[in-house]
Design a protein around this ligand. Structure first.
Ligand code: NAD
Length: 428
C-alpha cells in the first residue's frame, strides 16, 4: 500500500485536517485533563530530534537522482526511539512528525521501554526497480546511521517498505560496524533475525483486545459479527483470527469494494478469491457492497483497517457497530468520536488497537539483543499479556474519569512520558 495518511483521508472537507494537527489536538486535550505544566507541554509538543537528508541514488539508466528523506525522534525519555520507515511520493516532514509522536504514545501505552520515531523517503517505490530500491535503501540507511542503532533508534517497516528493505538496512549498518547488528531494525525476515508472529502481530493483537473488550461489554463470542474495511496484512489477519475464535465476518473490503453475507463469509474462500483475482469483489456466496456501505452494515464490531478519516460526523450516526476497533491510524475524526461516545459506541483507539505490531517488534529487538529466539506460541502469549493489560488500564481510566477510551489512552500515555521526563530531569 502506498498512500499517506493525509492523502488517504476520506473525511469531509470541513473535517479534513492534517494528521499533525489532529495528533497535537489529541495531545492538548490530554495535557489539559492532566493539568500538565507549560514546561512539560513545551517539551512534549515538538520532536526532540529531526534529521533531513538529501542523497543521490544511481538509477538503472545511469542517471543520478537526488531523494529527500527524514528521521524524526519525538521523545527519548523512556528509552531508545522506535518507529517505521515509509516510502511514499507525498510524505512530508509534518506527517513524519505526527507519526513519530503517535509512536511515543503507543509505546508508552503498551508499557514498552521506547520513545517514538518515524522515518520517510519521498519516493514512489512502484516506480523503482528492485535494484534501485536496494541502492536507495542502503544510501538512506547510511545517511541516517548517525542517529539510528540498537540503543538509539530502531526502525521497522511501514507503508511502502518491506521485511526485505529492513534486511538491507540491517546489512548496511552491519557492514559499517564490521559485525552483524540484528537489533538495529525490526520486521526483518525470519532467516536474518526476524520474530515469529511479527507479520500477524497487528491483527492478532487487535483480536486479543477485541476479545477482552467484548467480555467487558458482555458480548457473546458466537453472536459477534465483524465488518472489516481493508483486506491487507491487518484486515485479513483480523478476519482469520476472528473466525478461529468463533466470531463471524459478515463484510470485508479492499480498494475495489467489498463483499457481504449476513450469515457470515467463508473467509478462507474470500481470501483465496482475492489472491487469485486481486480483489475480494466477486467472491462466491456474497453480495457486493461499497466501502461506504460496509461501515454501516448490521454488525457488533467494525474494524477500519485501511484508511484514515473514514468515520466522520457525516456517517457516525448511521454506524450500527457497538465496538469500533481502529486498525488503521486515525480512521475516526474527533467530531465523529463525540457522536459515537454519545451513542454508546465504544471506540478502541488506534494507539491501543494496533499496538500489536510495535509490541512484537519490541520482542524481536529483545530476541536480537539476546541472540535467543522464542517460539510463536511464546510470542503470542506475551503479546496477549501486553495488549490485554493495556486495555484494562484504559478501561479503568475511562471509567474513573468518565471519558472515551481514546482520551483515557492519551491520558495514560502522556502521563507516563511526562513522568519519565520529570524523573530524568532537565540536562544539564
Ligand atoms: P496493506 O497495504 O496490507 O492493506 C491495506 C488494505 O486497504 C488493502 O486491502 C487495500 O486494498 C485496502 N484499501 C486501500 N485503499 C482503500 C480504499 N479506498 N477503500 C477500502 N480499502 C482500501 O496495509 P496493512 O499493513 O494491512 O495496514 C492497514 C492499516 O493499518 C494502515 O492504515 C496501516 O497504517 C495500519 N497499521 C498497520 C500496521 C502493520 O503492522 N501492518 C501497524 C499499525 C497500523
Amino acid at each position: 500500500m502506498v498512500m499517506t495518511d493525509v492523502e488517504r483521508s476520506a473525511a469531509a472537507p470541513s473535517e479534513r485536517v492534517g494528521l499533525l494537527q489532529t495528533v497535537l489536538q489529541q495531545f492538548d486535550e490530554a495535557a489539559d485533563r492532566l493539568d500538565l505544566p507549560a514546561r512539560l507541554r513545551g517539551i512534549l509538543r515538538v520532536p526532540q530530534r529531526e534529521l533531513t537528508v538529501n542523497f543521490p541514488v544511481k538509477r538503472d539508466n545511469g542517471r543520478i537522482e537526488v531523494f529527500q528523506g527524514f528521521r524524526v525522534q519525538h521523545n527519548l525519555a523512556r528509552g531508545p526511539t522506535k518507529g517505521g520507515i515509509r516510502y511514499h511520493p507525498a510524505v512530508t516532514l509534518d506527517e513524519t512528525r505526527a507519526l513519530a509522536m503517535l509512536m511515543t504514545w503507543k509505546c508508552a501505552l503498551a508499557g514498552l521501554p521506547y520513545g517514538g520515531a518515524k522515518g520517510a523517503v519521498i519516493v514512489d517505490p512502484k516506480q523503482l526497480s528492485i535494484g534501485e530500491i536496494e541502492r536507495l535503501t542502503r544510501r538512506f540507511a547510511t545517511e541516517i546511521s548517525v542517529v539510528i542503532g540498537p540503543e538509539r533508534d530502531i526502525p521497522a517497516p511501514d507503508i511502502g517498505t518491506t521485511p526485505q528493505v529492513m534486511a538491507w538496512i540491517m546489512d548496511t549498518i552491519s557492514m559499517h560496524q564490521g559485525h552483524t547488528v540484528p537489533a538495529v531494525v525490526t520486521g526483518k525476515p525470519i532467516n536474518v533475525g526476524g520474530s515469529e508472529g511479527r507479520l500477524e502481530a497487528t491483527g492478532r493483537g487487535l483480536t486479543y483486545v477485541l476479545m477482552s473488550a467484548s467480555q467487558h461489554l458482555g458480548l457473546n463470542v458466537p453472536d459477534i459479527r465483524l465488518a472489516i474495511q481493508g483486506c491487507g496484512n491487518v484486515g485479513s489477519t483480523v478476519a482469520r483470527e476472528a473466525v478461529a475464535l468463533g466470531m463471524k465476518v459478515v463484510a470485508i473490503s479492499d480498494s475495489r469494494g467489498g463483499v457481504y453475507n449476513p450469515y457470515g463469509l467463508h473467509v478462507e474462500a474470500v481470501l483465496a478469491h482475492k489472491a487469485a483475482t486481486g480483489s475480494v469483489v466477486g467472491a462466491a456466496n456474497a453480495d457486493t457492497l461499497t466501502n461506504e456501505e460496509l461501515l454501516e452494515v448490521e454488525c457488533e464490531v467494525l474494524v477500519p483497517a485501511a484508511l484514515s478519516g473514514v468515520i466522520t460526523a457525516h456517517n457516525a450516526d448511521r454506524i450500527k457497530a457497538q465496538i469500533i476497533a481502529e486498525a488503521a491510524n486515525g480512521p475516526t475524526t474527533r467530531a465523529a468520536d463525540a457522536i459515537l461516545y454519545e451513542r454508546g459506541c465504544v471506540v478502541i483507539p488506534d494507539i491501543l488497537a494496533n499496538a500489536g505490531g510495535v509490541t512484537v517488534s519490541y520482542f524481536e529487538w529483545v530476541q536480537g539483543l539476546q541472540e535467543f529466539f522464542w517460539s510463536e506460541r511464546e510470542v503470542n502469549a506475551q503479546l496477549r499479556r501486553v495488549m490485554t493489560n493495556a486495555l484494562q488500564q484504559v478501561l479503568r481510566v475511562a471509567a474513573e474519569q468518565h471519558v472515551d477510551l481514546r482520551t483515557a489512552a492519551y491520558i495514560l500515555a502522556v502521563q507516563r512520558v511526562a513522568d519519565a521526563v520529570t524523573t530524568r530531569g532537565i540536562y544539564p
